[in-house]
Design a protein around this ligand. Structure first.
Ligand code: ZN
Length: 90
C-alpha cells in the first residue's frame, strides 16, 4: 500500500537546498532555495511553512524578506553569523 509516490506531482523537495536566515527581526528562519535551471543568477525561494515562492536575482541566495545572505547548515556549524556572536578573523 506504500507503493504510491506522493512526489509524482508538485515540487520535488530533493531539488531544494535548505538555507537559514539569521536576521533577528526576520520571520524567515528556515528557507529552501533552488537555482533556476536556465538563469544562474535567479533563485527560487520558498519558506518552510508556506507554499509561496519568491524569486530573487543574486549570485548567491538571499532572503526575500530582509535581503540577508542565506547560510547553509555547514555555515551554522562553523558558527558563522550566529546571533550575538562575534566572528573573529585571525
Ligand atoms: Zn531574512
Amino acid at each position: 500500500m506504500n507503493q504510491h509516490s506522493d512526489l509524482e506531482q508538485g515540487r520535488e523537495i530533493s531539488d531544494w537546498e535548505q538555507r537559514f536566515c539569521l536576521t533577528a527581526w526576520c520571520d524567515a528562519h528556515m528557507l529552501f532555495v533552488r537555482q533556476d535551471s536556465t538563469r544562474p543568477e535567479l533563485w527560487h525561494v520558498v519558506t518552510g511553512e508556506e507554499d509561496t515562492e519568491f524569486r530573487v536575482a543574486a549570485t548567491t541566495p538571499i532572503c526575500p524578506f530582509c535581503g540577508a545572505h542565506l547560510l547553509t547548515a555547514a555555515n551554522l556549524e562553523e558558527g558563522l553569523g550566529e546571533p550575538g556572536k562575534q566572528v573573529q578573523t585571525t
